[in-house]
Design a protein around this ligand. Structure first.
Ligand code: ATP
Length: 394
């Protein structure tokens, strides 16, 4: 606090040469603070509640010396001025300055003195030295005298430094016209701080709100997707006839049971769908090696449309029940969200179509073709009439 007041007194001493602040100036100061606060919508009375209403009347009366001139005229002050020349940033220079100050004060007020006089004279010495130097230097001197390093003087907070010893009339200039100039400076500084805070608040709130809206939209979208896929899943599972038997070719071979596969089984068995073996009208066909040892061909449906969904269910309905040695057996299916899979026995030599239309391979002999035709006919004979009815509709 001492340091804070001493800086202000030094700046005032620069203009008035007085080592103290007059009562009327203190009032002008408080009035201008009130006016400034009022401009920003704060009640005038607020000064007293904010601790600004108390007048701090400072008078550095050092053994009857109350002006800069009187301090300079005291014996040995020139010694202090010489030793306290800037820079004082190094410990040695500062020590030299303080030692000369202590010698000066001891000679001035004698060894038997009280602390109040000593501290008043120290502050008067500081204010006298600081009254003739610029703001940055004032703070450097402050660091040496009071060991205070955190104070800073905003540029433009004080009127321009006047000549070393201005006439007392200069004091008049500080109030009220100069105080208005100070206010103008504060006004041009304060609005910046005052507008920055709400602006940052508004920006942060806007960003937070935008993120919230995006989050809500994403959650809604995800929920809609989940609902859609759930309803599709339910619809598809419902449309697969519950009457489908768990069909077994060999009673003791569980791998041959018709079943619903999980999506994880599909991805694992096809190495994340990296085992393409063909492309058909239904979709892409992958070779799959399931954990129970079953090697299968997995058909992945292109996309789920209403029509494709019906085809998918019809294929399951037909093929799950059909079993003939000349027909590829359907082992099961998988429904995951919008994806549909059919799992067939894997045919090592590819499909009949591959053999009939393969290019680069020797054409099938007529004997083989006849055998295939008879086998297909045999399989058709074994298809129940109801299935043929369903197929013909397709
Ligand atoms: N069970 C299977 N075992 C081995 N490969 C198969 C199997 N099913 C299909 N493929 C391979 O996948 C390719 C595409 O078969 P897919 O049955 O989808 O097509 P398609 O013969 O045009 O029939 P569709 O018109 O019914 O889709 C075949 O040409 C064949 O190479």
């Amino acid at each position: 606090m001492n340091a804070f007041v001493a800086v202000s007194v030094a700046r005032y001493a620069n203009l008035s040469s007085n080592l103290g602040v007059a009562s009327d100036l203190s009032e002008t100061c408080i009035a201008s603070i009130s006016r400034t606060m009022e401009q920003y919508g704060v009640s005038r009375n607020a000064t007293s509640f904010c601790g600004l209403g108390t007048k701090i009347l400072v008078k550095y009366d050092c053994e009857g010396r109350t002006t800069v001139r009187q301090m300079h005229q005291s014996p040995e002050f020139g010694h202090v001025s010489r030793n306290c020349r800037l820079p004082l940033s190094s410990g040695n220079q500062c020590r030299k300055c303080l030692n000369s100050g202590i010698t000066y004060l001891r000679d001035l007020i004698g060894p038997d003195t009280n602390n109040i006089t000593l501290s008043t004279c120290r502050d008067a010495t500081y204010a006298t030295l600081a009254s003739r130097i610029g703001n940055a230097s004032t703070l450097e001197l402050l660091g040496c005298f009071f060991q205070v390093t955190e104070l800073s003087i905003p540029s433009g907070s004080f009127p321009p430094l006047a000549s070393p010893e201005p006439s007392p009339s200069t004091v008049g200039a500080i109030s009220p016209s100069n105080s208005d100039a100070q206010m103008t400076t504060s006004r041009s500084t304060n609005p910046y701080h005052l507008t920055m805070v709400p602006t940052i608040g508004i920006v942060v709130t806007a960003v937070a709100l935008t993120m919230l809206v995006v989050l809500v939209i994403l959650i809604r979208k995800k929920n809609r997707e989940l609902d859609e896929s759930e309803s599709l899943d339910k619809k598809s599972t419902k449309s697969i006839p519950s009457s489908l038997p768990v069909f077994k070719i060999h009673e003791d071979d569980s791998s041959s049971a018709f079943r619903k596969f999980s999506y994880k089984e599909m991805t694992n068995a096809t190495n994340d769908f990296n085992t393409v073996i063909g492309q058909g009208g239904f979709g892409t066909v992958y070779k799959a090696e399931l954990r129970d040892g079953l090697v299968a061909a997995v058909k992945r449906m292109n996309k789920v449309s209403e029509q494709a969904e019906q085809d998918f269910c019809r294929e399951i309905e037909l093929l799950a029940k059909l079993h003939h040695r000349n027909l590829v057996a359907l082992k099961g299916f998988c429904i995951n969200k919008k994806e549909r899979f059919l799992v067939y026995d894997y045919m090592e030599n590819g499909s009949l179509k591959d053999h009939l239309h393969a290019t680069g391979k020797p054409p099938l002999s007529w004997g083989t073709r006849m055998k295939i035709a008879i086998d297909v006919a045999n399989a058709l004979v074994n298809i129940p009439k109801s299935f043929i009815h369903i197929s013909s509709v397709n």
